[in-house]
Ligand binder design. Structure first.
Ligand SMILES: Cc1ncc(COP(=O)(O)O)c(C=O)c1O
Length: 432
């Protein structure tokens, strides 16, 4: 039996099937944009551990910060004995996040936990119970985050009852417009629809916040048209509703700006960060207007591990690296290469219905028929498999599982990028 077969057997015997696996491999080592498994096979990484490794695997400054911190202390709990790295990182995020107002930041361990805390802050600050979320949104797997999430299988099925006071409206998914309209003739009707919801679902004065991904992540890298975010924000502003910007997947340079909402000129009251924030260590931030963040009483927010010192040091090293190196322009370059490649192969392969993205957050949506747009879910699954068998790790997305999304580390070399794209194209040709 190979080492992988041994490990797979042990995994099956000891770990439940619920925590899914995209590939049947076990990693031994990962550097930059390359993962090496326990058999010594090399894979180009177009997944980045689901958008976590924007800065690359084992980035030197991050590893050094982790080692240094681990030798000094690994945990005291910020609520028991404070440490500088937590405060320094909060200060940094307050500076680099969009919003020309005074901000404060607190830390937790995961994107889902940050979503939960953003909602707690919004409810406390406004004294209102309800939250508006979007169709095709993903916000995590804890009870409230799962309830805010749209996709039923696999995320919600069998796990109800869900958290109450959540209302859902369509996202600006122009390729599959919920209203059957076309941009720009639609005049962004889907944003104006929010005003209708105040009459048909829930009164505006009962709504604490609206939670939006600037570009849908799990939902299939859906980029809303210019003007959508600002229209939604304006309606929220007129009604005392906080705009909660979930940057968990779009954040930290992925879209060639530090935060994707910057592309849309909107200043959210609350911003949620996680994933690439700490270069692979579990850390998430809730950054918001100081008056809202300070609303909950002392002891109302927190957790044992939130803002772990090793993770905070790693995050500070990530931000310093972004400031020192030109990773944002690299994201732009990568995005241009991938977009050009996808657009070119779209002309050749009927199955590629839509190509979209901003910066290095690019995807193609696969359909069985360009006219009916029937989602090509099985084919997308086959494509992911064919790719990893050929040495390229990718992940799919989309409510119908028919989107190939690209989340490679931004330190990927041109050669690795070209090789990854040719494996993808070759694999597509082979599965059709
Ligand atoms: C937009 C968004 N929000 C929240 C989450 C949940 O983050 P976590 O898996 O760290 O709980 C994710 C995870 O993919 C995400 O993409």
């Amino acid at each position: 039996m190979s080492k992988t077969e041994d490990l797979l057997k042990a995994r099956e015997e000891n770990v439940p099937r619920g925590p899914f696996n995209v590939t049947p491999y076990f990693v031994d080592d990962a550097k930059g944009a390359v993962i090496r498994d326990v058999e010594g096979r090399e894979f180009i990484d177009f997944a980045g551990g689901i958008g976590v490794m924007n800065i690359g695997h084992c980035a030197k400054p991050v590893v050094e910060a982790i080692k240094d911190q681990a030798e000094r202390f690994t945990h005291t709990c910020f609520h028991v004995v404070m440490y500088e790295a937590y405060v320094e990182l909060a200060k940094k995020l307050n500076q680099i996040t969009p919003g020309r107002f005074r901000k404060k930041t607190m830390f937790v361990n995961s994107g889902a936990e940050a979503v939960e805390n953003a909602v707690k802050v919004a409810r406390y600050a406004t004294g209102r119970p309800a939250i508006i979320a979007f169709e095709d949104a993903f916000h995590g797997r804890t009870l409230l985050a799962m309830s805010l999430t749209s996709k039923v299988k696999p995320y919600k099925f069998g796990f109800g009852p869900y958290a109450p006071e959540i209302h859902r409206i369509p996202y600006a998914y122009c390729y599959r417009c919920a209203f059957g309209l076309e941009y720009p003739a639609c005049e962004i009707h889907c944003a104006d629809y929010l005003k209708e919801v105040f009459h048909t679902h829930i009164s505006a004065e009962n709504i604490a916040g609206i939670i939006a991904e600037p570009i849908l992540g799990e939902g299939g890298f859906v980029v809303p048209p210019d003007g959508w975010h600002s229209k939604i924000k304006q309606i929220c502003g007129e009604n005392g509703i906080l705009y909660i910007d979930d940057e968990v997947q779009t954040g930290f340079g992925r879209t060639a700006k530090m935060f994707a909402i910057e592309h849309f000129g909107v200043e959210p009251e609350v911003i949620i960060t996680a994933k690439s924030l700490a270069g692979g260590l579990p850390l998430a931030g809730i950054t918001g207007k100081a008056e809202f963040m300070d609303a909950p009483h002392v002891g109302g927010l927190g957790g044992t591990y939130g803002g772990n010192p090793v993770a905070c040091r790693a995050a500070l090293a990530v931000i310093e690296t972004f400031e020192r190196e030109s990773l944002l322009s690299r994201a732009e370059e990568i995005g241009r290469t991938v977009m050009d490649h996808f657009k070119r192969i779209q002309e050749e392969y009927e199955i590629i219905g839509d190509v979209r993205g901003i910066g290095a957050m690019v995807a193609m949506e696969l359909v069985r028929d360009r006219a009916t747009k029937e989602p090509a879910k099985d084919e997308t699954g086959q494509l992911v498999k064919k790719c990893y068998e050929k040495g390229l790790i990718t992940i799919s997305a989309g409510t119908h599982g028919n989107v190939m999304r690209i989340l490679m580390p931004l330190v990927i070399t041109d050669r690795q990028l070209e090789k990854g794209l040719s494996i993808l194209e070759e694999s597509l040709a082979e599965i059709l």
